[in-house]
Structure formats: C-alpha cells, structure tokens
Design a protein around this ligand. Structure first.
Ligand SMILES: Nc1nc2c(ncn2[C@@H]2O[C@H](COP(=O)(O)OP(=O)(O)OP(=O)(O)O)[C@@H](O)[C@H]2O)c(=O)[nH]1
Ligand SMILES: [Mg+2]
Length: 372
C-alpha cells in the first residue's frame, strides 16, 4: 500500500526536519508499506522549504509542494491532495501537523485501522483514551469540545467525536478520488468538517482511534481568529445544502399562510363576503404554494408539462387537505376526551400542525416531486 502523509507547514523550520526523521524511524515498523511524506509549504519566510529539501537529499520518500503564499490550511491540503493524486498515485492519504502535536508514535494506530478495512480513520482527541492538552486555556477546551458536540448533533454523524482532528487517513480508491476537491466549503481550518462529511456521504467506513494531542513543540501558532465562525458557517451550510428542499418548503408554507390570510381579509370586504372569501383565498394560496414549490423548493425536479402540472396540482390539493381534516378530528377527539381548555385544544392543534408538516413534505418529496 502506498501511503502519502501530507504535512502543511508555515514557519516550521524548527520542527519539520526532526519530524521527517522521526517519521522515517516509525515507518520501519511496517516495512511492507510504501510510506511517503509530502510537505505543502506556504512559502515560509523562515526557510522551512530549505530544511525539507535537505531531507529530500537524504530520504527518497520526501516530496515538497510550495505554495505561492499562505492561503489557509484548507487551501494547502486541497492543493496537496490534488498534487498527490496526480503525481504520487497513493492508496491512502494521511493528514498530520508539523509541530509534534501529533505524536509520530500514534501513526501506526491509524494505519492499522486502514489495514483492517476502514476507509476513513480519525485520530480522535474526544474518544475514550484520547486527550487534549491539560495546559490549554479553558475557553479553548470548551470551544473545541463544544464545537465538536455541536457538529455531531447538527450533522447527525453520531459515531464521530472529533470532526476537526488534523491527524487522519483517507482511502483514495472510491473515496478521495470521487470527491470534487474544488467544491470543499472552506479554504481554512473548517475544510476538515466538509471533507469528513463528503467521505461520510460516500459511505466510507469510519473509525476513530484515540490520540494524545500534545502541545506545539516549537514555533508559533498559526491558528486563525475566524476558525470558529468559519466552522459554524460550514456546519450550517452542510445542513442547509442537505435539507434545502425542506427549508424552502417550510418557508413556502409561511408564504401560503400570508397569501391566504391577506387575500381573505381583502376579499371579505368585496361582495364575496367572508363565506366565499375563504375558499377563494385558500385556493389561490394553494396555487401559489404549488407553483413556488415547483419552481423553487423542488426546482431540481420541477414538473414542466401543463398536463402533468394539472394532475400534480389536483394531487397537491387533495393531499394537502388531508392533514387539515386530521387536525380538526384530532382537536374534536382531544377536547371531548380531556375538556375544551386552551392547553388541550392547542396541544392537539400543534400535533396536527406537525403531522401536516411531515405529511405534506413526504407527499411532495416522495410522490409529487419524487426524484427520478
Ligand atoms: N501550508 C500551510 N500550512 C499551514 C497554514 N496554517 C497552518 N499551517 C500548518 O498547519 C499545521 C497546524 O497549524 P497550527 O498553527 O499548529 O494550528 P493548531 O495546531 O490548531 O494550533 P497550536 O495548538 O497553537 O499549534 C501546522 O503544521 C502549521 O504549520 C497555512 O495557511 N498554510
Ligand atoms: Mg499545532
């Protein structure tokens, strides 16, 4: 197996040479595997690239990619992944920091799990046995732990505890080679979350192994101030992109409510009066939401022909009426059983609304605008 370990560097001249030496020692533990190191350097002014080039004379397995300028961690990794795929034909690509916060002795734990058939192995700080530095400021501990918990809940990937670990391995065949690297959502630190999500969507077998995340050995931190906001943006963008039809459908529902209520109050003042105003406003609201759903919420599956649109609209009206009937029935049953109080009637009403939301979304997304 050819394993390429990508290490991004910015002013790591004090660390990188020693890290390359340590890694080459560790590689001896698995002499059957073909280990390579690819340094992606952000044109560091401290001479990091020079140190790497010296090591390239000693070791045949060290490679370097020099960026024009510092462009962020995500940008560095994306460039390095592309370079590796084009020039090194790896079976596995690993990610690792240059500053010894990732212990070279933990490397084989990760490789072992790739050999065991996993496709994406995360050196995890937040799984049983893993740890973050005790010396970290409390805010950094809370941010790191809380951010990961938040990400887990929003993305719904419950098996992962560490979404932002920088020590990991990805299988290339059927996984990294199927990811559109240009579409990764961040050029900074948060690229990790999106890349992980993309692997997950491809069905990668994911495994976490505990690592001890130490303190930076030498040199200065390059952590960017906006990491937190950027990560939040990435997590929410992923959720939105995954469920955009649902969010749009919910918004269209609100628009329908306003069209219905607004029209009703206008028409009520015309000769139609209240009795005729409600079916008319209801019908127009349904037509409006139907068209908005067709051209916006489910635009990727929109119905084009007039005939199909008509049939779709009839199904839409019938199916949308069902939760309204269910809701009235629910309120009647509840109030006659438990008394017609504010709490009872509104609880039944609310349950009816939730049922209607789920029912309509299912009928719309699975029947009227089903994926073909
Ligand atoms: N090529 C490149 N490398 C970077 C960039 N930013 C950070 N790095 C490297 O990425 C790795 C992680 O960055 P660190 O500054 O250690 O970030 P951190 O580990 O979250 O922060 P510390 O705990 O303070 O070390 C290090 O090897 C850095 O040299 C960048 O913009 N471009
Ligand atoms: Mg670091």
């Amino acid at each position: 197996m050819k394993i390429v370990i990508v290490i991004p560097t910015y002013n790591e001249a004090l660390n990188i040479g020693r890290l390359i030496d340590s890694l080459n020692e560790v590689f001896k533990l698995k002499p059957d595997e073909d280990f390579h190191i690819l340094i992606v350097d952000a044109n560091s002014p401290d001479g990091t690239a020079g140190v790497v080039k010296q090591k390239m004379d000693t070791f045949g397995n060290v490679h370097i990619l020099i960026e024009e300028k510092k462009a962020g961690l995500g940008a560095a990794y994306i460039a390095a992944f592309k370079y590796a795929l084009q020039n090194l034909s790896p079976d596995v690509i690993m990610e690792m920091d240059a500053d010894f916060q990732h212990n070279p002795d933990d490397l084989m734990k990760i490789v072992n799990e790739i050999q065991n058939g996993n496709d994406y192995v995360i050196g995890s700080r937040f799984t049983e046995g893993g740890s973050i530095p005790k010396d970290w400021a409390l805010y950094r501990k809370i941010l790191s732990y809380g951010g990961n918990l938040f990400t887990k809940l929003v993305l719904g990937i419950y098996q992962v505890n560490d979404f932002t670990s920088g020590f990991k391995a990805s299988r290339v065949k059927n996984f990294v080679d199927r990811i559109d690297l240009v579409s990764v959502l961040s050029g900074g630190f948060a690229y990790k979350i999106d890349l992980l999500f993309k692997m997950y969507k491809l069905g990668a077998k994911i495994k976490e192994v505990p690592i001890t995340f130490g303190l930076r050995d030498r040199g200065d931190s390059k952590m960017e101030r906006n990491n937190f906001i950027d990560s939040l943006r990435v997590v929410l963008s992923i959720r939105y992109n995954e469920n955009s039809s649902f969010f749009k459908f919910a918004l269209v529902g609100f628009v329908g409510l306003f069209v219905d209520g607004g029209l009703f109050n206008i028409l009520r003042l015309t000769p139609l009066r209240s009795s005729l105003a409600t079916p008319v406003s209801g019908f127009i609201a349904m037509m409006t939401t139907y068209l908005l759903n067709n051209y916006w919420s489910f635009s990727d599956r929109k119905i084009d022909s007039i005939n199909k649109k008509l049939v779709g609209f009839i199904v839409y009206v019938i199916s949308s009426t069902i939760p309204i009937l269910v809701r009235s029935k629910l309120v009647i049953i509840a109030t006659s059983a438990f008394g017609d109080t504010f709490f009872v009637s509104n609880t039944a009403f609310f349950i009816g609304i939730v049922f209607g939301l789920v029912w309509n979304f299912l009928v719309y997304s699975k029947i009227i605008w089903r994926k073909r």
